[in-house]
Design a binder for this molecule. Structure first.
Ligand code: 5AD
Ligand code: SF4
Length: 447
């Protein structure tokens, strides 16, 4: 009988994609997945280290899970992902955190999981946190164990070596490496044939994707890869994340413009609207260069949605520098944003070089100001869609009402409308009648 594996994923889309690799490796070795942690023989938490609160969440969860050991002697609890890399020693030291972890496995060691299981099962701690400069898991077919059957992620590269000064990722995920484009296209094709209708190509910085295999005849950059994947079928929608503004080329925008199935939504993390803060963040672009990229998007892809990431209260941020961020948000009119308070991460360039000197209350105040402004901008963006017709890819029933279905527009906006017996994966033309800051509401356009 197979043993039951339960995986809980924290952090970014990349981590969700990694959990599907983990599921694949484990289901090839006598494990089957379950969505109920109470019946699991093995519990993996695939963790995130990006901010302190992400780590605290996982530590609390680990504490909460400990009593399960009484009901299930032999239960294995493993920490995978970025926290495994960053906190190996503390995680293995039971007394320090008041909890027991049986396995600590970093993001490049998932192939080794089956070999590590016997160690963990015999009461020894199982550890592998070696980072690789080559591993891309290109030959592993992910198991889409928590999928809606319509949308899926494909990792096209791993790691990051931009060394933004605030960021822990280059330390937890190692060097940047790209995956063979042929394996990416064939994974996309398989997904399409299995009924999937939207894929998101993932990497920490997709714009620096690069494959120089002789087999391909020439080098493949991200624009070429994107066009190859878009060619799988006009009925397959393509998204991608994340783009670094310093590397987002006009060639990429041209590829999007010639392929209607590449979604009109670009995620372009700004982080700050102030050139001096961007310099301290080691982002390698100025405020003006960021504006130039936004203008290029607007020119080549009129109406394209633009979303962003913003950090409030970075080291030494003056009130004027904060105001620059607010002004830039207003100027760019972002459709959506992820907004965070700066959280110092040990070992990063910022932790070594700058003082984390903005008081917590002031960080909170600045973040609130940013959130409030973004709410206004998101509402404005959604209001502009009222009266228009958008094509929606149906993902399933609406969470709030079983008489409605929910899906996304090309702009990546959630659209809810009355169900007329649609199936997940259907494309429906929806006329937008009203909205909130987070959702568009409408009904099918009758011909
Ligand atoms: N503190 C706060 N936010 C951070 N991010 C990355 N590192 C930190 C940090 N130390 C944010 C950035 C990034 C997003 C994924 O998380 O905005 O784009
Ligand atoms: Fe979190 Fe970054 Fe690791 Fe993703 S790569 S899990 S966001 S720390």
């Amino acid at each position: 009988m197979s043993k039951k594996l339960y995986i809980e994923t924290y952090g970014c889309q990349m981590n969700f994609s990694d959990s599907e690799i983990v599921a694949s490796v484990m289901t090839d070795h006598q494990y089957s997945t379950t969505d109920n942690h109470k019946e699991a023989d093995v519990i993996f938490l695939n963790t995130c280290s990006i901010r302190d609160n992400a780590e605290q969440k996982v530590l609390n969860r680990l504490k909460q899970l400990q009593p399960l050991r009484r009901e299930k002697p032999g239960l294995i609890i493993g920490v995978l992902g970025c926290m495994a890399e960053r906190l190996k020693d503390a995680l293995l030291e039971e007394n320090e955190l008041g909890m027991r972890v049986d396995m600590v496995v970093g993001p490049d060691a998932y192939r080794d999981l089956p070999q590590l299981m016997p160690d963990a099962e015999s009461g020894h701690k199982a550890i592998n946190i070696i980072l690789s400069s080559e591993e891309t898991y290109a030959d592993i077919t992910p198991v889409r164990y928590a999928s809606n059957g319509v949308t899926a992620f494909i990792s096209i590269m791993r790691g990051c070596q931009n060394f933004c000064s605030y960021c822990v990722v280059p330390f937890t995920r190692g060097k940047e490496r790209s995956r063979d484009p042929r394996t990416i296209v064939s994974e996309a094709r398989q997904l399409f044939e299995a009924g999937y209708r939207e894929i998101s190509l993932l990497g920490q910085n997709v714009n620096s994707y690069f494959w120089e295999g002789e087999e391909m005849g020439k080098a493949t950059g991200f624009p070429e890869l994107l066009e190859m994947v878009a060619g799988v079928s006009p009925l397959l929608r393509i998204r991608f994340a994340t783009s670094h503004p310093k590397d987002m080329s006009d060639a990429l925008l041209q590829v999007i413009s010639r392929n209607p199935n590449i979604c009109r939504a670009i995620h372009l993390p700004m982080q700050s609207g102030s050139t001096s803060v961007l310099k301290r963040m080691n982002r390698k672009y100025t405020r003006e260069e960021y504006m130039d990229r936004i203008e290029a998007i607007r020119q080549t892809l009129p109406g394209c949605a633009i979303s962003t990431d913003i950090i409030a209260g970075f080291c030494g941020e003056t009130p004027e520098e904060h105001q620059d961020t607010l002004d830039m948000m207003e100027w760019a009119g972002f459709d959506f944003a992820f907004m965070f308070k700066y959280s110092e991460r040990e070992g990063t360039l910022a932790a070594k070089k700058y003082k984390d000197d903005i008081p917590e209350e002031e960080k909170t105040r600045r973040l609130q100001e940013i959130i409030k402004l973004q709410q206004r901008l998101s509402l404005k963006s959604n209001k502009a869609d009222v009266g228009t017709t958008v094509e929606v890819l149906v993902e399933g029933l609406s969470k709030r009402s079983s008489a409605h279905v929910s899906g996304r527009s090309s702009h990546n906006k959630v659209v809810v409308f009355p169900d007329k017996g649609y199936k997940p994966g259907d494309y429906v033309k929806v006329r937008i009648n009203s909205c909130t800051a987070a959702t568009l509401l409408g009904e099918e356009l009758e011909n």
